[in-house]
Write a protein that binds this ligand. Structure first.
Ligand code: CP
Ligand code: NVA
Length: 307
């Protein structure tokens, strides 16, 4: 039994299998094929923080696959009244076939996974957002055809999505240039791990330099969920890192712009860039659905039934 708490939980072959599966499931949905590979299976979805994409894509994924998803808000569970995570994990394991959870602190999903006897999926923690990045890889593959000749410039905060992308770049052979202000670098242990994995990782403080050779520019909010108290300091530190038309002019003509959303227009990205010809963010958001299905099938050992 396997959990997906970090991109590093996947071997390279497993990651590519998930991407291939996602491609196939996307095709099947477009053709209107009935894909009830998870008939009679249930997924519990625990949310300690809000969500649009993760919640809806996982729920629709389960419906499309013939299964059922339960939305469980943290405060509506006994967890909100202090029931221990280890008890909740063991009880839910008796009812459902997998658990997806979005938590403030990564240690919460780790603790849950330790006691769960069914697969646990990290639907975002302060440390990583692996499901997001799997959908992002599918999108990059669709637009760029491969990973090994692709350079992704990360512009902005060295946050949870950035951490997962660093590991994903190392697994796929993609080059990643990280451009963050001082004091907002990605997690050092993740950087170390990616380097040990042979990741082609570069750090460039100046975003104007960082985007020059980029095939993909990726940005995310300057203030992630749970960091609201730091908002003012962050707004000041990140100003030079806004993804704007001026910044895009310094990059390749065919560069694509990605954002995991929700986006804050006028902060990390301008309205013009979101609505402009380089933006692929809505295709990226759609791919969350296809990727979630592939993740679920892989973790539930159903991947071979798709072929
Ligand atoms: N990108 C992402 O995870 O979006 P939500 O917060 O809406 O789930
Ligand atoms: N880095 C953002 C991602 C939201 C999907 C956050 O953690 O709030």
């Amino acid at each position: 039994m396997k959990h997906l708490l970090s991109i590093a939980d996947l071997e390279k072959e497993e990651l590519f299998e998930i991407l291939k599966l996602a491609e196939k499931l996307k095709e099947e949905r477009y053709k209107g094929v009935v894909t009830d590979y998870l008939k009679n299976k249930s997924l519990a979805m625990i949310f300690e923080l809000p969500s649009t994409r993760t919640r809806v894509s996982f729920e629709v994924a389960m419906t499309d696959l013939g299964g059922h998803a339960l939305y469980l808000g943290w405060d509506e569970l006994q967890l909100g009244r202090g029931e221990p995570i280890k008890d909740t994990a063991r009880v839910l394991s008796r009812y459902v076939h997998a658990v997806m959870m979005r938590v403030r602190d990564h240690s919460t999903v780790e603790e849950f996974a330790k006691y769960s006897t069914v697969p646990v999926i990290n639907g975002l923690s302060n440390l990583e957002h692996p499901c997001q990045v799997i959908a992002d890889l599918l999108t990059i593959y669709e637009y760029r055809g491969d990973f090994k000749d692709v350079t992704l410039a990360w512009v902005g905060d060295g946050n949870n999505v950035c951490n997962s992308m660093i590991l994903a770049a190392a697994l796929t052979g993609m080059k990643m240039i990280v451009s963050t202000p001082e004091n907002y670098d990605p997690n050092p242990e993740i950087v170390k791990k990616a380097k040990e994995m042979g990741g082609k990782l570069q750090f460039v403080r100046d975003p104007k330099e960082a985007v020059k050779e980029a095939d993909v520019i990726y940005t995310d909010v300057w203030t992630s969920m749970g960091q609201e108290a730091e908002k003012e300091a962050r707004m000041a530190a990140f100003q030079p890192y806004q993804v704007s038309d001026e910044l895009l002019k310094l990059s390749k003509d065919d560069v694509v712009v990605m954002h995991c959303m929700p986006a804050h227009r006028g902060e990390e990205i301008t309205d013009e860039v979101i609505e402009g010809k380089h933006s692929i963010i809505f295709d990226q958001a759609e791919n969350r659905l296809h990727a979630q299905k592939a993740i679920l099938l892989k973790l539930l050992g159903k991947e071979n039934e798709v072929y």
